[in-house]
Design a protein around this ligand. Structure first.
Ligand SMILES: [Mn+2]
Length: 366
């Protein structure tokens, strides 16, 4: 169960939103996965309703860097942004970018990933579940955090289906099943055990397929969600074609995994090449199939190697596993949650990475 321990923080978040004026220039920087897109759209629409004006800018994060980059800072300056909201990543993992972004503007961080720095000492308001409640932070996804925060200051009840879709995508539904049941009843939707097979799960899969197909298309996802009056608008959107392509590719690799995976104790390692960024979705599916194994998927198609790891029984933290295995790699990144994490590094580190993952996993001292 999730228990509130710091209601003062929630009041500060309320105030952040209420204090945004029509004169402010607002930017949202967001992840490109369903939770990142849905949270950004909920925040954008909430602010628009509060102050009677659309936001000025939204920027997707760069999957190679994750933090607030120099390029983003240049855009914030160019658009004279006064209020910045980040959604679904840990900007405090790269302090330089965060400090620069907070220099002349108010920053609100909405996120449920690991906390990487002493947030009290940073010039931003951190709205992360670990800071105001007890319970598993990863099960309170960013879109639900955004939905709950905006709900306190403006009517966003028509966006509930979006917060549910993001919760499904992040496998963050367990604490909220009573609420989710109400939402399904409200829209007269069938609720089955596998939420991905429901209409709102389908919305999540469509948005995730667009990201997997090409992250550069995530602007289209944002637009589609922003313009959608109801979930049916997403199910019938032109974006659906990407889902068909990605479904086929994932099916192929689920089969290849069983034949080609390397087994090192409980660690199952699979190296693949695919022109699409399927590693994360693939490891989510395989993680559900093998809850008592550590799954590590390595996509070697590009000079920048991408990895994704899962450990559904949480016996060990795959975020720390990947962080330790990439330690000291220049131009690398790694992070995420205990059961689900991702990262990337330049190709020259591939062999070292593999050896380290196997060794660190064997030792178990992660
Ligand atoms: Mn998320």
């Amino acid at each position: 169960m999730l228990h509130l321990v710091n209601t003062a923080l929630l009041e500060r978040v309320d105030y952040f939103f209420r204090a945004i004026t029509p004169q402010d220039k607002v930017c949202i920087i967001h992840d490109t996965d369903p939770d990142g897109i849905c949270s950004a759209v909920i925040v954008a629409k909430g602010i628009e309703r509060l102050r009677g004006r659309t936001i000025e800018l939204h920027l997707p994060i760069d999957k190679k860097n994750y933090g607030i980059t120099k390029g983003m800072l240049a855009q914030l300056r160019k658009k004279k942004i006064t209020k910045l909201i980040t959604c679904d990543f840990s900007p405090e993992q790269y302090l330089k970018g965060l400090r620069a972004a907070a220099k002349n503007r108010d920053v609100l961080v909405i996120d449920h990933h690991k906390i990487y720095a002493d947030t009290d000492k940073l010039p931003a308001l951190f709205y992360k579940p670990q800071l105001f409640m007890e319970g598993k932070a990863q099960q309170y996804c960013t879109a639900k955090l955004a939905y709950d925060a905006l709900s306190r200051v403006v009517d966003v009840s028509d966006l509930d289906w979006m917060a549910v879709s993001a919760s499904i995508a992040d496998i963050a539904t367990a604490p909220w099943m009573d609420w989710i049941r109400l939402v399904y009843r409200k829209y007269d939707l069938v609720l089955t055990d596998n939420l991905f097979e429901t209409a709102l799960g389908e919305v999540a899969t469509i948005i995730s397929s667009v990201e997997v197909y090409d992250t550069l298309l995530c602007g289209k996802s944002f637009r589609t969600m922003y313009d959608a009056k109801l979930y049916q608008d997403v199910l019938g959107a032109p974006l659906v074609r990407y889902k068909h392509i990605i479904d086929k590719e994932i099916g192929k690799h689920v089969q290849l995994f069983e034949r080609k995976k390397e087994t090192h104790g409980e660690l199952l390692l699979y190296k693949l090449t695919s022109r699409y960024r399927i590693h994360s979705v693939l490891s989510t599916i395989l993680g559900l199939d093998h809850p008592h194994n550590t799954i590590v998927i390595i996509n070697t198609s590009k000079p920048f190697i991408s990895v994704s790891a899962r450990r559904n029984d949480c016996k060990l933290g795959v975020n720390t596993l990947l962080e330790n295995a990439t330690k000291g790699f220049q131009g690398s990144n790694a992070g995420g949650h205990i059961p689900a994490a991702g990262g990337g590094f330049p190709r020259k580190y591939l062999n070292t990475f593999k050896k380290r993952v196997i060794a660190v996993h064997k030792r178990g001292n992660i």
